[in-house]
Design a binder for this molecule. Sequence first.
Ligand SMILES: Cc1ncc(COP(=O)(O)O)c(C=O)c1O
Length: 315
Amino acid sequence: MTLYTSVLDLIGDTPLVDVSGLSPAPRVRILAKLEGQNPGGSVKDRVALAMVQEAEKEGALRPGQTVIESSSGNTGIGLALVCKVKGYPLKIVLPTNVSIERRQLLETWGAEILDSPGTEGSNGAMRLAQRLAAENPEWWFPFQYGNAANPKAHYEGTGPEIWRDCPDVTHFVAGLGTSGTLIGAGRFLKERNSTIQVWAIEPPPGEMVDGLKNFDEGFVPPVFIENNGYELLDRKMIVGPRESVEWTRRLTDVGVLAGISSGAAMAGAAKCAGQIEEGVVVVIFADGGWKYLSTGAWTDDIDQVTERAKRIIYF
Ligand SMILES: Cc1ncc(COP(=O)(O)O)c(C=O)c1O
């Protein structure tokens, strides 16, 4: 048995599980990387820890300094966990329309929540955090959309883990938020094998499908631009709220309880599998389903859940 000295040592090294039972093509395997197994419950634990460690190393973050960040949930929760363990006070700007569990988790790990208007989504939360950070230069503002440690966490963690566990990967599929996952892990995989395809999942413009971002709506994260994201991505696929919820439900057929953006990513992985003869698709499930239970995503009428999905930010 391995003994870990800190919960933070449990971040990363997540399992890859075969969900080919849901593949529409008999000769295409689909493997899902379960990021919900991280101690804070999502892929963003990796990014939170990497940003904090990098800032500590550079001297941008000093003991006891206040941290401020905007998040529609997962990055905030990851930071709340890391900051609690390391002793940094944390303020999270959070849109009002996120699921109640997100708010509760942030509070559980001691973050102070600053509300931003739900109608403005994650972009509104980001703008408010930027303004507050500018007004309070003594706070440290990681700014995940522009922080090089975000894609780096995936270049050094997620990507190598996929390559180690599945060198046969032919397609890499993930949702597009800050783009850190796709840029970091996608670049690592392409450097190992340039034929690997990197496919991004986006919501339709104007829709808040579990909050994945559509880059045509105006804001393209600096980490995407600075890393030549448009050249790295081979395809972008649009997945709507209903499809995301349908696939999130279907995942339980193979025993997986994952978040709504994982349903969106799985819908994209299945489309990808349907378009190729044979191959191995690796798809990222960014978080588990636990903190979406209050939304009724699995249990309520699908039309109602789809309608709600357009108003609630699910990621
Ligand atoms: C649940 C969920 N899915 C997908 C994403 C997108 O990941 P990335 O920001 O690396 O593009 C996020 C990011 O916030 C997320 O929280």
